[in-house]
Design a protein around this ligand. Structure first.
Ligand code: SF4
Length: 312
């Protein structure tokens, strides 16, 4: 396999929570059980709770083997991307493969928490080192407003699933709570969320706000001062902060524009992100990306945190 031909792995990207993270996207683009208003991958096109081997495990293993054989310096291999990874019934096979053949790498799962009450989903993710599970609401009403779930998902079952996950999973469980101004950022909602998260009893709770362009343009980021106030109100929560990595801490030889575009499809990037991913100086990013902008492959978008590059 040509190094540039990766379809299911992307990055490594500088993650604000996990350091240098190689992404593994085991689901087809926007196949998800939710259609969140803030999703940075665009609207969900296949809203489903049906689990399956959406992408053959052997293809994913092949790509991982090819990439990891170069022994890249990574902090994490992260199951994430443009769909919900726990919809894939082969997720445990992929975890087992990495743990057996590449035990030096830690594994993280980014999940929307919706499927832990289904069948053997919990058992299939017990090999992860960290599970970062999101929960943005304390009631069915707010859940529907923000996360726009598949009609057969019930909020109460999701909470029960999370509590059960906590009981069985011995790794780190982090919960992520995404603030959507005007919907879940008032004191009543925040108080309810705080109680609910305490029931789940995660190791860490992080609050997050819009950072990259979201699906719905009416979703706005929460300002710094408000974030500090909310953080104080929730006391003990951690605000996800910018990741600052040493330049050239990645694996420049593995980087090329095709893989970069594959990353961009799953995650809009700032100048700094591009610099880290491509291993180039931040001042060279604009010149470097000009041909891709001119050819219509990518576009620039102004956001409060600066300019973002997005795959078209
Ligand atoms: S944010 Fe995550 S859970 Fe929500 S729609 Fe996007 S991929 Fe699905």
């Amino acid at each position: 396999m040509k190094k540039s031909g990766y379809k299911y792995i992307f990055g490594p990207v500088p993650s604000r929570r996990l350091g240098i993270s190689l992404g593994v996207d085991i689901m087809p683009h926007k196949t998800c059980s939710l259609n969140c208003v803030y999703c940075e991958c665009g609207a969900t096109t296949n809203l489903t709770i049906k689990r399956g081997e959406y992408i053959p495990v052997k293809f994913i293993r092949e790509e991982l083997k090819n990439f990891l054989s170069g022994n890249p310096k990574l902090d994490f291999i992260t199951f994430s991307g443009s769909g919900e990874p726990t919809l894939h019934t082969g997720i445990n096979e992929i975890v087992d493969f990495i743990k057996a053949d590449y035990p030096q790498y830690k594994l993280a799962l980014l999940t929307n928490s919706t499927l832990f009450s289904q069948g053997n989903v919990i058992e299939q993710v017990l090999g992860m080192d960290i599970i970062i599970a999101s929960l943005d609401a304390a009631t069915e009403k707010i859940f529907v407003k923000i996360n726009r779930p598949h009609p057969d998902l019930y909020f109460k079952q999701i909470i029960d699933g999370l509590i059960c996950l906590r009981e069985k999973f011995s790794g780190q469980l982090w919960m992520e709570f995404f603030l959507v101004p005007g919907i879940n950022d008032n004191e009543i909602e925040l108080g309810k969320i705080k109680n609910l998260l305490a029931d789940v009893n995660p190791d860490k709770i992080q609050i997050n706000t819009l950072d990259r362009p979201g699906t719905e343009s009416w979703v706005k980021p929460v300002g710094k001062k408000r974030l500090i106030d909310i953080n104080r109100f929730l006391s003990g929560f951690e605000v996800i902060k910018d990741f600052t990595a040493e330049k050239n801490s990645l694996v420049p030889k593995e980087n090329d524009f095709i893989r970069f575009l594959s990353t961009l499809k799953r995650r809009p990037c700032t100048d700094k992100d591009v610099s880290l991913i491509l291993g180039i100086h931040v001042n060279d990013v604009k010149t470097c990306l000009e041909p891709l902008i001119k050819s219509g492959k990518i576009e620039k978008k102004e956001m409060p945190r600066g300019v973002f590059y997005i795959a078209k």
